[in-house]
Design a protein around this ligand. Structure first.
Ligand SMILES: NC(=O)c1ccc[n+]([C@@H]2O[C@H](COP(=O)([O-])OP(=O)(O)OC[C@H]3O[C@@H](n4cnc5c(N)ncnc54)[C@H](O)[C@@H]3O)[C@@H](O)[C@H]2O)c1
Length: 383
């Protein structure tokens, strides 16, 4: 298939583009490279030294003989988006190309507006471009498990059947997101659902858990293909961040009492889930929702696992509970369904000591690049 990966220079997108290319798909990357610009603005950097996108793609071609087309442009530049789509002629579009940090969206008004304008309008542009030029193309859109919040009932995959006053209906699952970033994803989901209904587009919304790990079969082939690994207080996510903190001897930064429970998956499963979604398209007019994660952990569980993995490597790891900069429930129920991707053939990589060891070893290898002043959270949710 011809698959355009929007956001293909980012953490999930880069690994996915290479994986799909390796599996024989014709792949294109569409990315404005704005994430590299935001890093520079905030004076943060990936732990791993990522090469410029052109160098990455040339190395991939030299190693495998496979060419990945590159479109450097912004989803919010509609004429360029149309031009790129018409040139590439996609059968599927995988959309990772958004501002994806909750703390970034909570810095101030400008960052909240930037996040929602970039994400919601970019996604809306894509929907119109698909409607006008590729109505049969399958949209695979990255959402997040954070869209659901932490309801006191089981989280279903996108829809819930409710009986009310003697009548019954299957409705979109209620969303209670916890940041302006997560809200942008909810708005995207609504827009895509509506576009499927009125124009007959086909879409899969992947509510992805927090991704951890850095190596995939493809990104591990060569140093120039290395993926980004964020550890700073704005873009770094749990577990990746903890491993890097452990490597530099910084106490693990557990927010609040650490009972917050979330859904997680290995980056090797991210790329596989996308491949599964692309190979099994939604029907015309269908807005399909999958919960894309493999396991659930509390923040304390993660901290304990990193401590244990550290001790097997002779690294002493301390844990520090910080005042929670976010507004979120700490002691809560969390039980989410995730059977759709398993039913389609996902064979999960579960979090194990060996993964933690390799992530810790990776973090240790590049620890000289860590700027310790970027570790603690600086963005607060409250006024
Ligand atoms: N990383 C995670 O743990 C995680 C978890 C759940 C969901 N997701 C979702 O997966 C997607 C990718 O996340 P990531 O961690 O790879 O993020 P990332 O920041 O590493 O990558 C996003 C990429 O999109 C590009 N981009 C952003 N806005 C764009 C625009 N308007 N036009 C063109 N390109 C644009 C950026 O330059 C960047 O390369 C996001 O939509 C995110 O919400 C990520």
């Amino acid at each position: 298939m011809r698959v355009l990966v929007i956001g293909g220079d980012g953490y999930c997108g880069w690994a996915t583009a290479l994986h799909l290319s390796n599996r024989g798909h014709e792949v294109g990357i569409f990315d404005s490279l704005v994430r590299r610009h935001w890093d520079a603005q905030l004076c943060v950097d990936t732990l791993t030294p990522i090469a410029p996108i052109q160098t990455r793609l040339q190395r991939w071609k030299d190693l495998t003989g496979k060419e990945i087309d590159l479109f450097v442009g912004d989803l919010n530049d509609y004429p360029y988006l149309e031009k790129a789509l018409l040139q590439f002629q996609p059968d599927a579009v995988v959309h990772f190309g958004e501002q994806r940090s909750a703390p970034f969206s909570m810095i101030d008004r400008e960052h909240a507006v930037l996040t929602q304008a970039n994400n919601v309008i970019g996604n809306l542009n894509l929907l119109y471009a698909l409607r006008d030029h590729f109505p049969d193309c399958h949209l695979v859109k990255l959402g997040t498990m954070g869209e659901y919040g932490t309801p006191n009932i089981d989280i279903e995959e996108g829809y819930i059947t409710i009986e009310h006053n003697g009548r019954k209906d299957t409705l979109p699952y209620p969303k209670q997101p916890g940041s302006f970033y997560h809200l942008s994803k909810v708005h995207d989901s609504h827009n895509i659902h509506f576009a499927c209904k009125i124009w007959g587009l086909r879409a899969t919304d992947l509510n992805q858990g927090v991704v951890y790990g850095v190596l995939t079969e493809e990104t591990g082939m060569d140093e120039l293909l290395i993926n980004r690994l964020d550890y700073d207080g704005v873009f770094g996510t749990a577990l990746n961040r903890f491993c890097i903190q452990a490597a530099v001897g910084h106490p693990l930064t557990v927010y609040g009492n650490g009972s917050q429970t979330r859904a997680f998956l290995d980056i090797r499963d991210t790329v596989r889930c996308i491949e599964i979604a692309v190979s099994n398209p939604a029907n015309s007019g269908e807005f399909r929702v999958f919960n894309q994660f493999t396991e659930m952990f509390s923040v304390n569980d993660l901290a304990k696992q990193v401590q244990q993995a550290g001790s097997t490597l002779g690294v002493k790891v301390e844990v520090k509970n910080l005042e929670n900069p976010r507004v979120e429930a700490e002691d809560h129920y969390f039980n989410a369904k995730n059977t759709s991707l398993l039913d389609l053939g996902l064979e999960p990589h579960y979090l194990s000591d060996s993964l933690l060891d390799s992530l810790l070893n990776f973090a240790t290898k590049y620890k000289g690049r860590v700027d310790q002043s970027q570790i603690l959270p600086k963005v607060k949710w409250r006024r």
